[in-house]
Design a protein around this ligand. Structure first.
Ligand code: PLP
Length: 434
């Protein structure tokens, strides 16, 4: 079916969906509010492609927001899931596969001496922060503007009016009393973090940070930033939590902590360790993790946590990504796309800045050659992004429908898909210029 045809079935479905699902979607970004137009309803996915209900194929640069590192419908993961399903769907009791998962995590990410499984990234970060608070006996914690760690109350908080004022809820329903313990600092600005510690010495339980920010487009840490956070935590008796829900097993086999050589006290992981099934995990230093129930006083639980089907999918994924040369290949493909976008934009005189770490990349409609701060991201040309987005979509390229999300490649993206993407970008930039 031609890509220029209007997505009739998607149009029908979004109308129908809005009758019984708020906004027609189960997670806001899917509604296309950031770009306008009709969200595509997806029927199936395979390799590098998504197929919508109107029969159109798209080269996918979202990868289920990260986890599809091996491409969709990978045979090893599918086989593991089908085999697990044969054994029953959920037992609510310990299983051998959970032990293998915890052992695998400890081997691949050595800072995760112990880990606990949860069902989403939100649960992972929420639980890790509770544990850090319980371990240190302190209430406050630091996060960064532009980073996203899920939708737990304490994390839906924006900075107060002055740099060092207490946090304010950025969603109705979050009590101000909860938000006041959340301090929001500036990503890639160690001075803002040092100032928070100076203002509240002995009150800050932890820092939580995306080691490569993937929720304000893709912003790598400046040299020294993560090291500086580590040092400030050590100096002030606070814990460092690296939120590797996006970066884990994507920027390197050992995650961003291996890539940058930073040892966190706790790590949070998400979707990727479920190979596409709903999963998250948090883990880290043994003495901290042993504070968790049932051996310690910090409560945390989950009926479906460590679900056997999800564990089977995740283990198959973690097994497959240990293949030699896999990350070199992912890195090279991602660089080819990111550099190709830049070359095409340059050709047509469109100001574009790109970033890339491993299998994550970002592109910014901006004249600034180096982007490292949230305010630079918000200053980008959103109108240009929206036009580019729809031109790419019409050409069969499915990018994240928001200027504030990173792009993700998979091993299934081959020369043909990359060539299609760059040809589409060339034509789109030409139109933007016209
Ligand atoms: N942390 C990071 C870095 C994320 O990118 C996300 C979601 O994209 C989360 C946490 C929340 O994960 P979930 O959507 O699985 O709750």
């Amino acid at each position: 079916m031609s890509l220029s045809q209007p997505p009739l079935r998607s149009q029908q479905l979004i109308k129908q969906a809005r009758q019984h699902i708020p906004g027609g979607v189960n997670s806001p970004v899917r509604a296309f509010n950031g770009v306008g137009g009709t969200p595509r309803f997806i029927q199936r996915a395979d390799g590098a492609y998504l197929y919508d209900v109107d029969g159109q194929a798209y080269v996918d640069y979202i990868g289920s927001w990260g986890p599809m590192l091996l491409g969709h419908n990978h045979p090893a993961i599918k086989a593991a899931v089908l085999a697990a399903v044969e054994q029953g769907l959920s037992y609510g009791a310990p299983t051998e596969v959970e032990v293998r998962m915890a052992e695998t995590l400890a081997r691949l990410v050595p800072s995760m001496e112990m880990s606990r499984m949860v069902n989403s990234g939100t649960e992972a970060t929420m639980s890790a922060i509770r544990l850090a608070r319980g371990y240190t006996g302190r209430d406050k914690f630091i996060k960064f503007e532009g980073c996203y760690h899920g939708h737990a109350d304490a994390l839906l908080v924006k900075a107060g009016s002055g740099a060092l004022t207490l946090g304010q809820p950025n969603s109705p329903g979050v009590p101000a009393d909860f938000a006041k313990h959340t301090l929001t600092c500036t990503y890639n600005d160690l001075a803002s973090v040092a100032a928070a510690f100076a203002e509240f010495p002995d009150e800050i339980a932890c820092i939580i940070v995306e080691p490569v920010a993937g929720n304000m487009n893709c912003i790598p840490p400046e040299p020294g930033f993560l090291e500086g956070l580590r040092a400030l935590c050590d100096q002030h008796g606070a814990l460092l939590i690296l939120d590797e829900v996006m970066t884990g097993f994507r920027v390197a086999l050992g995650g961003a902590q291996a890539h940058y050589g930073i040892k966190p006290d706790l790590t949070t992981l998400g979707k990727i360790i479920g190979g596409g099934m709903p999963v998250g995990a948090f883990g880290g230093r043994r003495d901290i993790m042993e504070q968790l129930a049932p051996i310690g006083p910090v409560y945390q639980a989950g009926t479906l946590s460590g679900n056997p089907v999800a564990m089977a999918a995740g283990l198959a994924m973690l097994e497959a990504i240990q293949a030699p040369g896999l990350y070199e290949a992912l890195n090279a493909k991602t660089a080819q796309v990111a550099q190709g976008l830049k070359t095409a934009a340059d050709k047509h005189g469109i100001p574009l800045t790109i970033t890339q770490v491993g299998g994550m990349f970002g592109f910014f409609f901006s004249r600034e050659a180096h982007i490292s701060r949230f305010e630079q991201v918000t200053a980008c040309d959103l109108a240009a992004f929206k036009r580019f987005y729809h031109l790419m979509l019409e050409a069969g390229i499915y990018l994240a429908p928001s200027a504030f999300e990173a792009g993700f490649l998979s091993l299934a993206h081959g020369e043909a898909e990359i060539a299609q993407t760059l040809a589409a970008a060339d034509a789109a930039f030409a139109q933007l210029k016209a």
